[in-house]
Design a protein around this ligand. Structure first.
Ligand code: NDP
Length: 298
């Protein structure tokens, strides 16, 4: 029986994950198909219910369902529980397990960004959505001692800090108001800057002024593009990385969860770059939040 894996989101058209995962199944000789299911929130419970059937290996969950899916599965892994978000589902018989592979995906991207240098201990995170939760949890686990979260709506950043209260008890996790002078003063004390907002996804703007970027910074943008922020940071002499590594590694971790096999990383990376060359975009990179554009963009 051909097994099935589905990506459930709204929208999911133009997903890069489809190309990446199908290439991985084919390369490993796994008889499975990766399907895209565009489901609005009201149809999510039924879609999740369908996954309990024998032909499913599992699913990926993307914008805007990552948090909404939490109460719909039977068990959460530590990462999914800690972040309050699920991006991958596996099946144990008829029971569904929710995972969050954005956490190891970000950790892999951070490792690559830091390279052979010593892992820094301070970070500034822009944004407080689902992506930011995976980032902050990953930074806490990595042993960061001070993480400052800036968000346009301060209450959401405060909610994130409260959410991680217990796991961050040993370190300093703070929410601060989105103000360029405060961001500048925090950046002067930090080494790592992560953009987990969707600013720069559909328009060529940076979340922060170029003048506050310094040569010693390590800058990671979750957006799968060479954004204005990354270009500004590069011009300032900083080390930069876009969201590709995170996307690849969250996908690789999901592949292993579904199949029990190591992911063919090279095959997946090539499929990603081919799909991108053909104009496909990540479902993660679909317009979101206030920057929303027509669903078929990309
Ligand atoms: P959410 O919708 O949950 O959060 C969006 C964030 O962006 C919020 O912090 C929001 O602030 C902020 N934001 C949006 N528009 C503006 C604006 N005009 N001005 C200021 N702040 C703004 O999205 P996610 O957290 O799921 O995703 C965030 C980004 O990360 C997306 O670009 C997504 O593509 C990317 N991503 C990439 C992944 C990868 O594998 N590479 C994985 C996950 C995410 P506020 O709360 O104030 O509205």
């Amino acid at each position: 029986m051909t097994k099935r894996v589905v990506l459930i989101g709204h929208p999911v058209a133009h997903s890069l994950s489809g190309a990446m995962q199908q290439a991985a199944f084919d390369a490993q000789g796994i008889d499975a198909t990766y399907e895209l299911w565009d489901r609005p929130p009201i149809e999510l419970p039924d879609a999740i219910g369908e996954l309990r059937a024998d032909d499913f290996l599992g699913a990926n969950i993307t914008i805007p369902h990552k948090e909404r899916v939490v109460p719909l599965v039977d068990r959460l892994t530590e990462e999914a529980h800690a972040t309050g978000a699920v991006n991958t589902i596996t099946r144990e018989g008829r029971r569904l397990v929710g995972h969050n592979t954005d956490v190891p995906g970000f950790a892999a991207a951070l490792d690559r960004l830091v390279g052979r240098s010593k892992m820094p201990r301070q970070a500034v995170v822009l944004g407080a959505g689902g992506g930011a939760r995976a980032v902050v949890y990953s930074l806490i686990r990595e042993g960061f001692q001070r993480v400052v979260v800036f968000n346009r709506h301060l209450h959401r950043a405060e909610g994130l800090v409260k959410h991680f209260g217990r796991s961050a008890a040993h370190m300093e996790l703070r929410a601060m108001p989105w103000h360029p002078s405060i961001i500048e003063s925090e950046l002067a004390k930090t080494k790592v800057l992560v953009n987990a907002t969707s600013i720069g996804l559909t328009t060529d703007v940076s979340p922060i002024p170029a003048e506050v970027l310094t040569p010693g910074l390590l800058v990671l943008d979750l957006i799968y593009n060479r954004t204005r922020l990354l270009r500004d940071a590069d011009a300032a002499g900083a080390t930069v990385q876009d969201g590709e590594t995170m996307l690849l590694h969250q996908g690789a971790a999901a592949f292993t969860l579904w199949t029990g096999q190591p992911a063919p990383l090279q095959v997946m990376a090539e499929a990603l770059s081919n799909a991108r060359a053909h104009g496909l975009r990540s479902a993660e990179g679909e317009p979101a939040g206030d920057e929303a554009a027509p669903a078929a963009a990309g």
